[in-house]
Structures are given as C-alpha cells and as structure tokens.
Ligand binder design. Structure first.
Ligand SMILES: NC(=O)c1ccc[n+]([C@@H]2O[C@H](COP(=O)([O-])OP(=O)(O)OC[C@H]3O[C@@H](n4cnc5c(N)ncnc54)[C@H](OP(=O)(O)O)[C@@H]3O)[C@@H](O)[C@H]2O)c1
Length: 266
C-alpha cells in the first residue's frame, strides 16, 4: 500500500476508468473526478473492494470556473503525487454550424482546466523531494488538422505541445511530465462527440486498457511522450512525410458530415 494519491480527471468511463484500475492495483489511493456521480460511485465501490484502497469521488464539471478551486482543497488535504489530466471532449460538426458555446466549453475543458489544474498542482506540491508525475492525455489528432473536429484537433495540439515543453522545463526537478497521444480507442468518446455510427470504425481501435497501460508505463519511466500502438506510430510518422494538405483532403472526404448532422448532434 502506497501513502500516495493519484488524481484522475474524466474517471467515469473509458481511459480514466482504466487508469484508476491500474493505479489502484499498484496500491495508490485515488481521487476520481467527472460529472456523472453515480458512475464514479460504482467504480469506487469496485476499486475499494478489489484493491483495499481509499477512493474519494469528486463530482465536478471542469468547465465551471469554480472547479479548480474545489480541487485545490482536495490536493491540499491529500499527498497527491500523480495528476492525470485525462478529461476531454470532442465535437464533430461544421465549425460555423455548431453554437459558439460548444467550442467555448470544449476549450474550457481540454485547454483551460488542464492548464489551471497543472499550475495549481505544481503550486501546492512543489518544491518537494517526492517524485511527482503528471500525465496529460493529448491525441494523435494534435499532429494533424482534422476537418469537422476543428476545435478538438487544435485543442489537442495545445495539449501535445504544452506537455512536451513543460516536461523540458521541469527536467531538473522531481516532477516528470508525460504526454499520452492515443489514436482511435474504444471508449464513449465518438458517441459523446456526435460522430454518426456509420463513420465510426472499431476495426483499428485499441482497447482503453492497452492505451491506459501504455500511458502509465511511460509515465513511471519518465518518458516525455508515448504514442500507443504500431498503427498510430506509423500514422504520425506518415503525417511528417505526406504533404499536410493531402492528409486534410483525405480526412475531409472521410469525415464530411451528412446533411442531417444538426439532427444527429442536437
Ligand atoms: N477515444 C479516443 O479515440 C481518443 C483518442 C485520442 C485521445 N482521446 C482522449 O482521451 C481522453 C479520455 O477520453 P475517452 O476516450 O476515455 O472518452 P470518454 O469515455 O468519453 O471519457 C471522457 C471522460 O471525460 C469526462 N468529462 C467530459 N466532460 C467533462 C467535464 N465537463 N467535466 C469533467 N469531466 C468531464 C467524462 O465524464 P462525465 O461525462 O461523467 O463528466 C469521462 O469520464 C480525452 O482527453 C480524449 O480527448 C480519446
């Protein structure tokens, strides 16, 4: 049993839920954050029973400006050595047809809350002799520009760059920063983003457990970033070789929204 806590955002499903299982199996106590309280509570019950750890559920909407203030109290009250900035959302639609509020909310979640939480965490926990870990979940979407996921792809480019630069800045400290850049992964993400089922393919998708394991392993190894899976690594490599305009054109053809997209996403 560790005398150490991990704070995981977006723990109610997908990658966040898997991070929780992996860290619990290593004896870490957990602070689990998401909006869906019932989901958090049932996950917490399973984790307590299986791994005999302490689990605290924090039902919070990270797009609310008071959210990081609330989290401060939890970080002050527990020795949090691991921060996993995983909560994230995508929005699939023509940029100008989606209400501005959708884009603002995505930016508040994927960029603003991640930046604030990282800053607050370092404020409270540094300097320390303890080894601290930050794992930020970016995406291979941060390497290419994906039409109809315009705000999402830009937000993930932010996360990717933020993680790599901060990792270098903190390299002489006890804090290690790792960026996890997954490709298609079997979670609730596509459905939540409004991608119609006929555009979704699970053929090349990785399991959430494999992706989460790759992230946690890289984090404890102090790696700057990790792209899980051979196919995803190859796609990122190609994105540096193939002209970017061609990639955008192909993605535009594949992802072009159906005419009734407003009905699909409303
Ligand atoms: N799945 C993929 O193909 C893929 C690929 C690359 C990167 N990613 C990234 O992986 C991360 C995890 O996503 P996932 O694939 O595991 O999808 P997911 O199953 O939809 O999980 C997203 C998590 O974020 C939480 N969340 C969403 N909005 C929130 C808000 N406003 N406040 C607090 N929590 C919020 C959700 O919980 P509640 O709804 O309960 O709040 C959920 O726990 C995201 O950052 C995503 O961008 C996913």
């Amino acid at each position: 049993m560790q005398n150490s806590y991990a704070l995981i955002t977006g723990a109610s499903s997908g990658l966040g839920e898997q991070f929780a299982h992996i860290l619990a199996s290593k004896g870490y106590h957990l602070l689990l954050l998401a909006r869906r309280e019932e989901r958090l509570k049932s996950l917490a019950d399973v984790l307590r029973e299986t791994y005999h750890i302490e689990v605290i559920c924090i039902p919070l909407d990270l797009t609310q400006s008071s959210a990081t203030e609330t989290l401060l109290e939890h970080i002050k009250a527990h020795p949090v050595d691991i921060l996993i900035n995983n909560a994230g959302a995508g929005h699939y639609q023509n940029f100008h047809q989606a209400p501005l509020e959708k884009h603002q909310s995505l930016i508040a979640l994927n960029i603003t809350s991640l930046t604030e939480l990282t800053h607050r965490f370092l404020d409270i926990r540094m300097p320390t002799k303890r080894r601290l870990y930050i794992l930020n979940v970016g995406s291979i979407a941060g390497y290419v520009s994906i039409p109809f996921y315009t705000t999402y792809t830009a937000s993930k480019a932010y996360v990717n760059h933020f993680s790599r630069a901060l990792s270098r800045e903190l390299s002489q400290t006890t804090v290690s920063v790792t960026g996890l850049y997954p490709g298609a992964t079997n979670t609730e993400f596509n459905k939540a983003s409004g991608l119609p089922e006929d555009r979704t393919t699970t053929l090349f998708s990785m399991s959430a457990n494999r992706v989460a394991n790759a992230g946690i392993t890289a984090m404890f190894q102090g790696k700057i970033n990790v792209i899980p899976g051979f196919l995803n690594k190859t796609m990122v490599l190609f994105s540096h070789i193939i002209p970017e305009g061609l990639i955008r054109l192909i993605l535009q053809k594949i992802l072009k929204p159906p005419k009734n997209i407003d009905k699909v996403t409303s």
